[in-house]
Design a protein around this ligand. Structure first.
Ligand code: MRU
Length: 384
């Protein structure tokens, strides 16, 4: 079936996929949502880079998958069968794609995984390396689907039927594969009759909550209410929110978490009202090389996103100074648990995240696609 054929609901689309001919990355252009559901095929390095930079494809896991398929597509265009030449050009293209956005670790993580395939292929025909690259990109996407589902199961163990859940930005199907991360417990709960009441923050300035989360949850039949970013205290004060689930772009070794700008405000407010904040984090997003959130590089974006984008007319005075960081860091002290595909990590995160990564590495040795059950400081249920 083609990318759009017979599809009427956003939930039926792949956020990212490879074209049937294997010569393009096909994405839903998220800048057009929810007004138009349009897929675009990306073939050149510039097209792929721009799609990531302009947030046509966005959300940490989806960026990783797009980059993996993207570098595979570009590897097919490298006109040589000489290994050294191929590896050198591959690295140049990989570094270029990696420069599109700095905060989400998944971008460099996925590209480095692909580069490992090239390095491991030294001495084998380039044609064979290209085949291996395609397989690795497919694996990255398949693993993402599995990982999101497991995060959903662990996340679901933290809430009960009828709960109010608040989420910020879009960590949904449009940001990952199938279940999303922060939305995975919501979708799984919906399948099992939990009937959550979800509050989606609009998420200034790029409105991922209003344009994407509200859209995909509504399309899936979830009870979702859109609120402006400055309303989260109000709904929590009223007792309408039992848990906050958010995604992340990078988790430092001590549990400090970079996610969409405004997440730390939600977490601080939630702490005041005693609402637990859970960060849904595939282990690919955990960066043990970065000791604390202070070391995470935060992307700054064009000021027009704040002053005029999405408005019919510019709504700020010409010449006004604008600060537009795309992410902020939520202090680990505000986080009740980090939900991974291996269980829920609890404070102290320096220890629990180390255990999780060790568990992952252990399993990777025996069975590369396996996700494990909880161990040690990692719990599977609320309050453990
Ligand atoms: O700038 P964006 O839209 O790419 O930011 C996305 C987020 O902050 C998400 O919460 C995060 O990437 C997790 S997506 C599963």
């Amino acid at each position: 079936m083609g990318q759009t054929e017979g599809k009427t609901n956003i939930m039926d689309y792949d956020t990212v996929c490879l074209s049937d001919a294997g010569d393009a990355v096909v994405i839903i252009d998220q800048t057009k949502l929810p007004g138009q559901t349009r897929t675009i095929a990306l073939r050149t390095a510039k097209e792929i880079w721009e799609a990531i930079y302009l947030l046509k494809v966005r959300g940490a896991p989806a960026i990783g998958v797009a980059a993996a398929y993207g570098i595979y597509v570009l590897s097919r265009q490298i006109q040589t069968e000489d290994y050294e030449e191929f590896a050198c050009e591959f690295q140049r293209q990989k570094d270029y794609l990696d420069s599109a956005r700095p905060t989400a670790v998944n971008l460099s993580w996925a590209l480095n995984r692909m580069y490992e395939v090239v390095k491991a292929g030294a001495g084998t025909p380039v044609a064979q390396i290209r085949n291996e690259l395609r397989r690795e990109a497919e694996r990255i996407q398949e693993e993402d689907i599995l990982v999101c589902k497991r995060i959903g199961e662990y996340g679901l163990s933290l809430v009960k039927p009828g709960d109010g859940i608040l989420t910020h930005c879009n960590a949904g199907k449009l940001a990952a594969s199938r279940y999303g991360t922060a939305t995975a417990p919501i979708y799984l709960g919906e399948e099992r009759g939990y009937h959550f009441r979800v509050f989606a923050d609009e998420t200034r300035p790029l409105l991922q909550g209003a344009r994407l989360t509200a859209f995909e949850l509504m399309s899936a039949g979830v009870d979702v209410t859109l609120i402006c970013d400055n309303m989260s205290a109000s709904v929590m004060q009223k007792g309408w929110v039992d848990a906050v689930f958010v995604g992340c772009d990078r988790v430092a070794a001590n549990g400090d978490t970079a996610n969409k700008i405004g997440t730390s405000v939600v977490a601080a407010v939630a702490k005041l009202y005693g609402v637990p904040v859970y960060v849904c984090a595939p282990t690919a997003t955990i960066d043990m090389e970065t000791a604390t959130g202070a070391k995470i590089r935060i992307e700054e974006r064009p000021q027009e996103e704040v002053t005029e984008m999405w408005y019919e007319n510019r709504m700020a005075p010409p010449g006004i100074k604008v600060y537009n960081p795309a992410f902020d860091v939520t202090d680990h002290a505000l986080i009740a648990g980090i939900v991974t595909e291996y269980g829920v990590a609890r404070a102290p995160y320096t220890e629990s995240l180390r255990e999780i990564v060790a568990e992952k590495n252990q399993r990777a040795k025996g069975c590369p696609d396996a996700c494990g059950g909880p161990a040690g400081r990692i719990s599977s249920e609320k309050g453990e």
